[in-house]
Design a binder for this molecule. Structure first.
Ligand SMILES: C[S@@+](CC[C@H](N)C(=O)[O-])C[C@H]1O[C@@H](n2cnc3c(N)ncnc32)[C@H](O)[C@@H]1O
Length: 289
């Protein structure tokens, strides 16, 4: 089994909430440069998972590929090597700061732009052989429209690949976060860990089919990684969630929750570090010819 952290999901649970009168979740469009740089530094787990996703997608030399939510562009750069000079890879992401890092990777056949799932209108119909979203779909609210747009811009026979957080099985760290919130605040709002943006494998299949796709593969793959200490776990959660981890609580509540979480994480630390594990849904679907 491949190993790599996972964090994103756990956090995603807490995203988008405005608990205890705190401000709403930050938007990727406003991400500060230092957080984008931190994401680049801690994103190896996503990169490992992304390589798995693109291997399932069967990307070929000469293909035209869209990386939707490309982050700092590591995976797009990897895919560009597969498609070669005759192919094309385009990466878009709503964070200008992540795209600024991605632009350093730009070369012939590999380009990046600020953009997101809410507007794919600049891409003509039937213009891509492959479109993938690596660890992005659980951040997208309007999933049905996003899938319809991806269907439109894919060529007949083209394929969509998604790896995304899984709603139905809480990881150990997610449980620890929940316990920490309860201990620190005395309560856990009932929907705290049920981000409306996460979904089950069955829901993902049904959304893809309703958008006109034929599902080729749908599976849950479990990934693991090790963080050296509690601070590394928290840094990963913050960067991989674009700052949305615990953003739904005020500063004082956040400090109290983190103090409890640090203690709990320290207790599960072994000689290998702190294990971060979670299952993710992998979907490959085809636009029928
Ligand atoms: C966990 S990161 C994954 C980044 C990249 N795919 C990777 O494998 O490293 C999630 C990314 O989704 C982006 N994102 C958030 N909302 C989005 C949307 N509506 N459309 C496209 N990307 C989005 C964020 O800016 C962030 O870069």
């Amino acid at each position: 089994m491949k190993t790599f952290p996972i964090g994103v999901l756990l956090l995603s649970a807490m995203v988008g909430r405005s608990l205890f009168g705190a401000s709403p979740a930050p938007s990727p469009a406003q991400e500060p440069a230092e957080r984008a740089a931190r994401y680049e530094a801690v994103s190896t787990p996503q990169f490992v998972q992304g390589k798995r996703l693109v291997s399932l997608l069967g990307i070929r030399r000469g293909d035209s590929v869209l990386d939707l939510g490309c982050g700092t562009g590591r995976l797009a750069e990897y895919v560009a090597r597969t498609v070669g000079p005759a192919g094309k890879v385009v990466g878009i992401d709503p964070s200008p700061q992540r795209i600024a890092i991605a632009q350093r990777r730009r070369r012939e056949g590999l380009s990046f732009a600020v953009g997101g799932s809410d507007d794919l209108s600049s891409f003509p119909d039937a213009s891509f052989d492959r479109v993938y979203l690596n660890y992005v779909f659980h951040w997208i609210e309007n999933k049905a429209e996003t899938l319809r747009q991806i269907h439109r811009i894919l060529k007949p026979g083209g394929r969509l690949g998604i790896s995304t957080g899984y709603r139905d099985r809480p990881s150990r760290i997610r449980s620890l976060i929940r316990e920490s919130v309860r201990e620190a605040l005395g309560e856990v709002p009932p929907d705290l860990f049920l981000s409306p943006f996460r979904l089950s494998a069955r829901d993902l299949r049904s959304l893809a089919e309703r958008a006109g796709f034929r599902v080729v593969r749908l599976q849950i793959l479990s990934f693991r990684a090790y963080a050296k200490d509690p601070e590394a776990v928290i840094a990963f959660l913050d960067a991989s969630s674009s700052g949305r981890f615990l953003s739904g609580v005020g500063e004082q509540e956040r400090s109290r929750i983190l103090a409890v979480l640090r203690r709990k994480l320290a207790k599960i630390r072994t000689a290998r570090g702190i294990e971060m594990e979670h299952p993710a849904i992998f979907l490959v679907a085809e636009k029928p010819r």
